[in-house]
Each structure stands twice: as C-alpha cells, then as structure tokens.
Design a protein around this ligand. Structure first.
Ligand code: GTP
Ligand code: MG
Length: 370
C-alpha cells in the first residue's frame, strides 16, 4: 500500500513516465515504468518535478462506516434476509420458485417477477421476507469474503431421498462459521424412498439438532414440486426472524450492499442492491465499490419503478458510472465531488493491486534469458 508504480505516479503527476525513469536513473535507481517505488522515493520525485506533495491516507479518503452506529431509539424492525443453500439437485431453485409463487403482493399488483438477484415475498398473513436469488454457498462465501454479511437466516435444503451430501456439509460449516441461524427444509417428501427421519439423524452427526430431535433448529418437511408446506417454511422463517429482533434505522442516508451487477443493453450498468439501513431515494448520490453515480431510477423485484427503498429491500439501481462487484458496499454520500473522490481512490487501489500482482522486475527479465 505504501508503494506506487512509476507509471501510476507519472499519470497522477501529469508527467511522462519515461522522464520519471530518467530522473530515477540520475538518482541511481534502475527502475522500469511498471515497477514500484516507495513513498519517500515518490516524494523525492514529485519535489524534483516541482510539484507539491500531498500524502493522503486511506482513512481520509475512503468511507468507514464502522464507527457510525445508529442510536437505539432510531431503530425499527426490518424484514429478514434469507439465503438458500444445499447440495446440487436437492431443489434450491425449485424451492425459491415455489416460495415466489406464495407471494401475495405479486398477485395483487399483477407485476411480472424479475430476476434481479434478490426478491421479497409477503406470505399470506405474514411479514415480508427477502430472499437472495443466488442459491448456493458460492455467492454466500464470496460475499462474506468481501466483508458483506447480508444473510440473517440460512435455509438448508436436503433432499429426503438422498440425505446429507458433501455440499450439504459444506453449507452447514459455512453457516456455522458465519454464526447465522439455520432452518432445515427437508425437500422432495413426495418421492418414493423419501426418508425425512434419516435426514434428521444424519444432521445430528454434524451437530445440527432439529426440533424433532429435541434441538432448537427448526425443520420443515416440504415438497417444492408439489408446493407442500411452503407456508409452514415461511412461518418458520417469520418465527426465526422474530427471535432475531432484526432492526435498522430507516431515517438516514442509505448504506447498502451490491448483490448483483450487470451491463444492460438499454439501461447501462445496473446494480441490484440490498438496503441495510437508511432509505435510498431517487436522486441520491452514491459510491458503489469503484463506481460513483446518482440514482436515476429504482426498480423493484416486480419490475415496478419505486421512489425509495428502505432496510432489507432489494432494488435495482440505475445511474452508475461503472460496474461494481457483488459484495461491494453501496453508500450514499453528501455530494458528487465526494462520490468521485472515493470511487477514483478505490479504482486506483484496484489498478495498483493488479500491477503489483504481476510485477515486471529487472531480475525476472534478465533471469529468463540466462
Ligand atoms: P442446482 O442448482 O443444480 O444445484 O440444483 P437445485 O438444488 O437448484 O435443484 P433444482 O431445483 O434444480 O431441482 C433438481 C431436480 O429435483 C429437478 O429435476 C426438480 O424438478 C427436482 N425437484 C426439486 N424439488 C422436488 C420435489 O420437492 N419433489 C420432487 N419429486 N422433485 C423435486
Ligand atoms: Mg439451482
């Protein structure tokens, strides 16, 4: 972090890289444009070229929301965010589809369900639940690796005719590592050879003790295909969510996480974000990873334009300057200059990581030829 490539330094100084190399040579340093120099050397160079040095530390530029905690009395309850995990072919996608079909809000509005990376379901007589539409532990671990802990509850799907399999066990381990409560959906109970009790016993061996075995992990027998007990599963989620007392402050500038981003032919870069606190509004200025922007439009999971989105709501955001990655923080900032500053800083850091990952050293260049 305390070094910079000659090329990047030249770019920032508005000088030719070759002139910097020459100057370094005169100082007794053999450096190519792709190699890095340390801060002191960089400062020396900057002075040499008659520029003023401005050392900027990370904390001055990037956004750090870790200290920014909302007071207790501003918190209001928010919907849970749920991720579905399980072994291949055990029915994750089928279950997500069955759950989506149980959404009363969708029927009322007559909106067409869009696949935007996350969606919200309001079961009959229940509270809204947000589902991440990217089943599987890959998305889960990837997001977590990037510091985004967006999941409140994991649904572990196990096919009753197949039992615990390697990816089931992996999912259990990921969930435990993340310290996220789990609900077990024992799926495919309509099939011949379905043996839910065997699943419960196998879970026991991995220290997942379901209620039917006197533990505290809720288990629900379902059939995603026949849509059996989907309501029970949703009830179990609502119950778990109540226990968690999930809350966020809706009355502040929005903090969100990117769950999906794609380049849309007609609309340009589009990101689906999950609001974690605050309310995102059309017209807000934001930074999303290395991208900056101003919210041009917000689209919900039924393809409807909305003016704002509060905690735990997934929305598509239009108006990005570039494509962020899943797991990137999305933060509303006070003005465009600030958004640009942070976005540029992050982009530079990404570029630096790329160049220092594959440094072209003189040593390498000569060693190859010998
Ligand atoms: P991957 O995305 O490949 O990991 O699979 P998945 O976990 O998303 O499983 P998917 O929903 O694609 O289902 C796999 C197969 O199981 C499909 O042929 C489904 O029709 C079938 N299936 C899913 N749920 C049920 C069920 O409740 N009963 C029966 N009989 N079949 C089911
Ligand atoms: Mg699937």
């Amino acid at each position: 972090p305390d070094s910079i490539t000659v090329a990047e330094l030249a770019k920032r100084m508005g000088e030719k890289a070759a002139d910097l190399v020459k100057s370094l040579f005169n100082m007794g340093m053999m450096v190519t444009v792709n190699q890095t120099v340390d801060q002191d050397t960089a400062e020396l160079l900057v002075n040499e070229f008659g520029h003023k040095v401005q050392r900027v530390s990370e904390s001055d530029v990037d956004i750090d929301t870790s200290e920014d905690v909302d007071p207790e009395d501003t918190l209001k309850s928010r919907p849970p965010v749920v991720t579905i995990m399980g072994h291949v072919d055990h029915g994750k996608t089928s279950l997500l589809d069955a759950i989506r079909g149980a959404d009363v809000a969708a029927g009322e509005a007559g909106g067409i369900t869009q696949h935007i990376g996350a969606y919200q379901v309001t079961p009959k007589g229940g509270d809204p639940i947000t589902f991440l539409d990217t089943p599987g532990h890959e998305a889960f671990t990837e997001m977590r690796a990037r510091g985004a802990n967006v999941t409140d509850i994991v649904i572990l799907v196990v096919a009753a005719d197949d039992g615990l399999k390697p990816q089931t066990i992996e999912a259990i381990n990921h969930t435990k590592a993340a310290n996220v409560p789990m609900i077990v959906a024992i799926n495919k109970i309509d099939k011949d050879g379905a043996n839910p009790q065997k699943v419960r016993e196998e879970l026991l061996q991995h220290e997942v003790i379901v209620e039917a075995m006197s533990g505290d992990v809720q288990d629900v027998e379902v059939s995603a295909k026949k849509k059996t007990n989907i309501d029970k599963l949703l009830e179990a989620i609502n119950l778990q969510a109540e226990l968690l007392e999930l809350k966020a402050n809706p009355d502040r500038a929005a903090d969100a996480t990117v769950v999906e981003a794609k380049l849309d032919k007609g609309r340009g870069p589009v990101a689906t974000v999950l609001i974690q606190r605050g309310t995102l509004k059309v017209g807000d200025t934001f930074v999303a990873g290395p991208a900056a922007g101003k919210v041009r439009a917000l689209v919900d999971d039924h393809g409807r334009r909305v003016k704002e989105a509060g905690p735990s709501f997934p929305v598509e955001v239009l108006g990005l300057s570039a494509l962020p990655s899943a797991g990137d923080p999305f933060t509303v900032v006070e003005n465009e200059a600030r958004a640009r500053e942070v976005a540029d800083y992050r982009q530079r850091k990404l570029d630096e990581q790329r160049t220092t990952a594959a440094p072209m050293s003189l040593e390498n260049m000569f060693a190859k030829k010998g």
